[in-house]
Structure formats: structure tokens, C-alpha cells
Design a protein around this ligand. Structure first.
Ligand code: AMP
Ligand code: GLY
Length: 426
């Protein structure tokens, strides 16, 4: 079978890497891909929003499965477009992708189905939002309603900070249309974990839990980013927590979406806050997480292609999915200045040396090739990923890889995975 992967970041590199291991697969195409992906797949210069061009390409190349990485094309209806063209696609319909595309839809859906999440209110004017924040007090969370590439959320420690965030979204238009409405939420306490699940419209199969590191700097300081590193499995999501999440979050989401006429197929991503009262939903995403995918897929020992096909065909209940008992850690190396302004085009050295270490693989995120050299081409540049028998030695191994790689201005957190070590055994 030929497979087409849509996207070009670290998540898609990990997807292509995993799909390439399937004996069912002949050719892999990736649109647009990146230089790392280019070692495993044929990169195609088509934009993720060019549904017509992508569908034509899929037909021409006899693609039997298209896997969509990012949320934008899903929210814009790529899965519907492919399905109506008779093409098999792994990813939710636009109507199911509203769980990520509109925070107000997601919050109302969770309320309707009694899924545990933070209390919230939504506003179309800055004045009303500011009035609410003054009434509720801090800490409080301000979110742009639409898609803002992970940057539309402010956890405000005081009322002034919340007011500034409201103004940024609603008056300054920092997130464009996505910020014309804001959702204001109760601030939940606890530790975060991400639980991804394969879904076929009726049933679901959870993957092992992982943990992202969203703030830019060590100790969770600095502004939020798209994610500075991840590890799996996340001990905060113990067996009992995972059972709770399946029962109170995953099952009601899948059943609720089916009941409401938008059956959920693809990957359901539950971003959770795990506190004394159990797990509550921070956000639902309609796709694989980035960088969570880079630590979850290396631990999946089962061939992913039949699992994705089962999600498309509605036969997931029969699939067996197995996981390695080890650990995986991925450290993001970012451009100097990210998540704010940064320069591109810095020459990257040392990837080959990093990968000489057994169990280290470097997934490319924002890279490009220029005059035969590999250069930086985005905020998050590389995901230096290690697998090993336990979390402590795997963290060490990932950082040995990081230390071999250089580019001007590179910055990375030095504490990825530390929470797993600090966590007392329960
Ligand atoms: P989101 O884009 O919704 O995932 O939010 C980004 C980050 O903001 C999350 O990963 C959390 O760290 C934090 N966050 C969002 N909502 C809340 C909340 N209600 N309480 C506490 N932290 C939150
Ligand atoms: N790692 C956060 C996300 O994928 O949304």
C-alpha cells in the first residue's frame, strides 16, 4: 500500500518513521515534509490546504491511506473532502474536529456530556470579559476561542495579567479572528498529562500516557510554546488514572460525538490536569500531539498501519496494540528567541553524531536544506529523542544526543522528564 502523510514537523517525521516500519507499506509520500522526512519518504510540494491537489495526487499515486498530522486541514474539512472523493483518510471530519477548532464548542460539548473540565464562560466583547475577570479574581485562564497554534492561552496569576490577555486577543487582534471571542476558565491545579487514543467512530484504544513541557524555560517558567519536550510513559497517569480517563473522558467523548451525528475517527487527544479530584480536561485536540507523538510512537511495538486502517473501517475493537515496557524522552532544540521572534537559516551540525548513540533518533521539525547544508527553518527545530529501559537513563541519553548538535542560538530546556523522576512512588 502507498501512504500519504500530510504535514512537515516533528510529529509527521515520527509518523513517517513509524509507518515506514510497516511491511504493508511500499511508498510513503509526505506533503510538504522536511529534510528529515525526506530520508524515508518522497516529499511533495503541496500545501496542506490544497485539498483538490492532494486528492488528485493521492489518486495518481494509488495512495491507499492518507494520514493527516496538523489540525488546520482537519478543521477545514480535509477528511470530508477525501472521503467524498472515495479516498481513505485517517483523521476526523470537520464536524468532529470542532472539538479542537472551537473551544466554545468543546466546552459546551463537555458540559452536555458531563465530562470533567474547568468551569468557564465565553465573551464576544472585551468589556464583558474584563467585568467577569474582575468578579472572579485570579488565578484565571484566558483563551482565544479559535486555533492559535498553541499560543492563544494565558494562565494569569493576577487580574491585571488577565485583562492584558483579553486586550491582546480582543482589542489588539494578536490571534486574528481566533481571538474575536474568548473563553475564560477557572484555573485548575495539578500536573498535566496527555492521553491520545485511536478512535474508529464507535470505540477507542488509548495509547500510553505522555507529558509535554509547554513553557519555554526550565522549571516551567517563561511564555507558553508549542511544546519544548516530552516523555512517556507519564507516571502521573497511573493505571487507576487511565481507567478513570477512559470511563469519564474518552468513552463519553466517542459516544457523545456518535450520538450527535459527528462520529469521531482518528486520534483523539485529551490534555488533562490530574489533581486531587482526579483527571479533568484542559483541552481536546483532534490529532496526534506534537511533541507527544515523538515519544509515544517509538514505544508502540505493534504495526501502526493496520491500526489506522481499523480506525477508518470501524474495526478497532478487534485490534491488539502493544507497548514496549521502556521509556522515551524527546528534547526540543529551538531557535534563539522562540516562541517570540527568531531568525532562520542557521547551519545545523551534529545530527549524525547524535544518532550514533544506540536508541537515539533525531526527528526534524523546522529544518530546511540550503546549498547542500541543513539549516534551521522554524521555531522548534529538532526533537532529539531517546528510548531506553527506564526514565532516568533515557533522559541522560537524550541529552547526550542534544550536546552533540549545534546551531547558532540553539536553546532547549535542561529538565525534560524531571517530573517523572521527582514523582514519589504511589
Ligand atoms: P491549551 O492550549 O488549552 O492546551 O492551554 C495551554 C496550556 O495552558 C495548558 O497546557 C495548561 O498548561 C494551561 N491551561 C489551560 N487551561 C487551563 C486551566 N483551566 N487551568 C490551568 N491551566 C490551564
Ligand atoms: N503538545 C501539545 C499539542 O500537540 O497540542
Amino acid at each position: 500500500m502507498n501512504v500519504l502523510v500530510i504535514g512537515g514537523g516533528g510529529r509527521e517525521h515520527a509518523l513517517v518513521w513509524k509507518i515506514a516500519q510497516s511491511p504493508l507499506v511500499q511508498a510513503i509520500y509526505c506533503a510538504p515534509g522536511n529534510p528529515g522526512i525526506g530520508r524515508l519518504a518522497e516529499c511533495v510540494k503541496l500545501k496542506a490546504r490544497d485539498f483538490e491537489g492532494l486528492a488528485r495526487f493521492a489518486r495518481e499515486k494509488d495512495v491507499g491511506l492518507t494520514v493527516v498530522g496538523p489540525e488546520d486541514p482537519l478543521a477545514a474539512g480535509i477528511a470530508d473532502h477525501f472521503a467524498s472523493a472515495g479516498l481513505r483518510v485517517f483523521g476526523p471530519s470537520a464536524s468532529a474536529a470542532r472539538l479542537e477548532g472551537s473551544k466554545s464548542f468543546a466546552k459546551a460539548f463537555m458540559k452536555r456530556h458531563k465530562i470533567p473540565t474547568a468551569e468557564y464562560a465565553e465573551f464576544d466583547t472585551a468589556d464583558a470579559a474584563v467585568g467577569y475577570v474582575r468578579k472572579k479574581g485570579a488565578p484565571i485562564v484566558v483563551k482565544a476561542d479559535g486555533l492559535a497554534a498553541g499560543k492563544g492561552v494565558t494562565v494569569a496569576r493576577d487580574v491585571a495579567g488577565a485583562e492584558a490577555a483579553i486586550r491582546e486577543a480582543m482589542v489588539d487582534g494578536a490571534f486574528g479572528d481566533a481571538g474575536s471571542r474568548v473563553v475564560i476558565e477557572e484555573c485548575m491545579e495539578g500536573e498535566e498529562a496527555s492521553v491520545l487514543a485511536f478512535c474508529d467512530g464507535r470505540t477507542f484504544a488509548p495509547m500510553i500516557p505522555s507529558q509535554d513541557h509547554k513553557p519555554a524555560l526550565d522549571g516551567d517558567a517563561g511564555p507558553n510554546t508549542g511544546g519544548m519536550g516530552a516523555y512517556a510513559p507519564a507516571p502521573v497517569a497511573s493505571g487507576a488514572v487511565m481507567e478513570d480517563v477512559a470511563r469519564t473522558v474518552l468513552r463519553p467523548v466517542v459516544e457523545g460525538m456518535a450520538e450527535e451525528g459527528a462520529p469521531y475517527r482518528g486520534v483523539l487527544y485529551a490534555g488533562l490536569m490530574i489533581g486531587p479530584a482526579g483527571a479533568r480536561v484542559v483541552e481536546i485536540n483532534c490529532r496526534f500531539g506534537d511533541p507527544e507523538t515523538q515519544v509515544v510512537l517509538p514505544l508502540m511495538t505493534t504495526d501502526i498501519v493496520p491500526v489506522m486502517l481499523a480506525c477508518c473501517e470501524g474495526t478497532l475493537a478487534q485490534a491488539e496494540i502493544e507497548w514496549s515496557p521502556g521509556a522515551c524522552v524527546s528534547v526540543v532544540m529551538a531557535s534563539g528567541g522562540y516562541p517570540r521572534e527568531y531568525e532562520k537559516g542557521k547551519v545545523i551540525c551534529g545530527i549524525k553524531e547524535a544518532e550514533e548513540e544506540e536508541g537515539v533518533i533525531v526527528f526534524h521539525a523546522g529544518t530546511a536544506e540550503r546549498d547542500g547544508q541543513l539549516v534551521t527553518n522554524g521555531g522548534r527545530v529538532l526533537n532529539v529523542t531517546a528510548t531506553g529501559p527506564d526514565i532516568a537513563s533515557t533522559i541522560e541519553k537524550a541529552y547526550r544526543g542534544v550536546r552533540r548538535i549545534t546551531f547558532e542560538g540553539a536553546h532547549f530546556r535542561t529538565d525534560i522528564g524531571k517530573k517523572a523522576i521527582d514523582r514519589p512512588l504511589r
